[in-house]
Design a protein around this ligand. Structure first.
Ligand code: ADP
Length: 307
């Protein structure tokens, strides 16, 4: 095999009480990538369609992640990477993670899988380091593994896959404003009040329990973030109104996707999700804010080969 075409999915990280540790994979939106062997003994990004992003290997997350993998193997084989971006960079739904995981997944396949999918996470994290200055795993892990991923620890890196619930629908509202991950990270306070920490880890543990016991109600009651959301939500236009709309129309939970500006409403079933979607649409149109909406199931498979 000399060439591979991939669907690299969007992901929601920083899932409410799971800041930096919990993310999930979407199936409704993702990038397409073509990776092929070349005879130049060089890694090249040959084409990017749909977004204005750097072709230089060391300035693109796909290049940096791929280089990390090739360096570990001391591999001389060259590769060409083409990226069709359907996920807007800086949207908060794992645009950088999609490219980073696509590059390492594709190259690993073309090399005859020297690494397991789990082992690819650490290489893709190098792309995240380039994008945001922080090598977080809660986008790249679910993009590679599918479903929900929990980062049990960063040192050593230990990632757990959690079960999903079949009727979950993730609605993403992306207000088309620019918000750099670096900027939204810089406003976060470095110290946490004990009372808030207790509430956060209680909710995170309950959320994990809800996934295992298939308890939608408990899941909804656990999707709370007392630490990051109050600080970051001020960067998102009409956050509180959207949250109230989601709740009034039956969403299980609502929060910031990644580091924003996208927000998510997690819903049970298509009916609730469609209702929340039309309410969001009407609300933002009324306020004259441009936006994208993506409605998705939870993608249990993760990144995959397509034709
Ligand atoms: P997201 O949360 O949507 O991934 P980030 O802000 O984390 O957004 O990452 C986007 C940043 O990464 C932008 O500054 C962008 O220029 C940079 N970047 C470099 N290569 C890529 C790529 N292949 N895809 C997306 N973003 C990239």
């Amino acid at each position: 095999m000399d060439r591979i075409k991939l669907f690299a999915p969007a992901t929601v990280a920083n899932l409410s009480c799971g800041f930096d540790v919990l993310g999930c994979c979407l199936d409704g939106v993702g990038d397409e990538m073509i990776i092929s062997k070349n005879s130049k003994q060089k890694l090249r990004i040959t084409k990017i369609i749909g977004q204005n992003l750097p072709l230089e290997v060391n300035a693109n997350v796909a290049g940096v992640s791929a280089e990390a993998l090739l360096a570990e193997l001391d591999e001389k084989q060259g590769f060409d990477i083409e990226i069709k971006k359907n996920i807007k960079a800086g949207s908060g739904i794992g645009s950088s993670a999609a490219s980073a995981t696509g590059a390492v997944f594709g190259i690993n396949k073309l090399l005859g899988e020297p690494f397991t999918t789990n082992e690819l996470i650490k290489f893709a994290m190098e792309g995240e380091r380039l994008a945001s200055g922080n090598a977080h795993a809660d986008n790249v892990a679910p993009a590679l593994l599918g479903g929900f991923s929990l980062v049990k620890s960063y040192e050593p890196l230990e990632i757990l896959s959690l079960p999903s619930l079949p009727e979950l629908r993730m609605l993403i509202l992306h207000p088309l404003i620019e918000l750099k991950t670096k900027d939204s990270r810089s406003i976060i306070k470095q110290n946490v009040e004990l009372k808030k920490a207790i509430s956060q880890w209680g909710n995170l543990a309950a959320l994990v329990s809800a996934l295992y016991t298939q308890d939608y109600n408990l899941l909804g009651r656990s999707l709370k973030d007392e630490i990051i959301e109050p600080v970051r939500s001020i960067l998102i236009p009409y956050f509180d109104d959207l949250k109230a709309l989601a709740s009034a129309n039956g969403a299980l939970g609502f929060g910031i996707s990644g580091s924003g500006p996208s927000v998510f409403a997690l819903c049970k079933g298509d009916g609730v999700a469609e209702k929340v979607k039309s309410e969001f649409q009407e609300f933002y149109q009324d306020k004259n804010i441009d936006f994208d909406l993506h409605l998705s199931k939870i993608n249990s498979e993760g990144i995959k080969i397509i034709n």
